[in-house]
Design a binder for this molecule. Structure first.
Ligand code: 5GP
Length: 191
């Protein structure tokens, strides 16, 4: 029996990698170049950065609200790091997949592996920066973290890097255009 376009479910596309590896920029490019993709917006208890418009990059919520969402099973996955909680609201993702849209999640390694367990057909991309120095420089350029916090993010980057073999694809973000094209080619070949 032929599957009609309407019945085709979307795919989950997960991007992880160290803070400062350029996941956000890659996501923005993918969304520009692949109009059928949608991005899931996470909830977090961390404070908005000066350049983050309130409720644009994340849903910024209190710890109390976040824990309520966990209790009500409203999150597809969640994790706590850098003293804050981060999670993926379930309803949006499930609705979009049922609607046949491919959904990008930009989440950490622990969250990505949780999702892969529940949705084995999801595609996991690990975004790598060319060097530790490159990560450090990107974090400094962001201008939103203290040196202490940057060091914490650098230490976490090393832990995440050690898990990249669990991903379907590792993408080196040495040149934005090249990295984005590599992902697009993979997505086309898997559709
Ligand atoms: P940042 O504070 O720099 O925006 O994000 C810190 C880390 O949290 C990044 O590695 C990012 O991918 C991860 N993150 C963002 N949203 C989520 C989420 O919904 N779930 C999980 N598990 N991690 C997330």
């Amino acid at each position: 029996m032929q599957t009609s376009k309407k019945e085709k479910k979307g795919k989950l596309i997960i991007l992880s990698g160290p803070s400062g590896a350029g996941k956000g920029t890659i996501c923005a490019e993918l969304l520009k170049q692949m109009p059928d993709l949608v991005i899931s917006r996470s909830v977090t208890t961390r404070s908005p950065r000066p350049n983050e418009q309130k409720n644009r990059s994340y849903f910024f919520v209190s710890t109390e609200t976040f824990l309520e969402m966990v209790k009500n099973n409203e999150l597809l996955e969640y994790d706590s790091h850098f003293e804050n909680y981060y999670g993926t609201p379930k309803k949006f993702v499930v609705d979009m997949l049922n609607f046949g849209k491919d959904v990008i999640l930009e989440i950490d390694v622990k969250g990505a592996l949780q999702v892969k367990q529940n949705y084995p057909e999801s595609l996991l991309f690990f975004i790598e920066a060319p060097s530790e120095q490159a990560i450090y420089e990107r974090l400094i350029k962001r201008g939103s973290e203290t040196e202490d916090k940057i060091q914490i993010r650098m230490a976490r980057a090393k832990l995440e890097l050690a898990q990249r073999h669990k991903y379907d694809y590792c993408i080196m973000n040495d040149q934005l255009d090249r990295a984005v094209n590599e992902i697009i080619e993979i997505l086309k070949s898997r559709s």
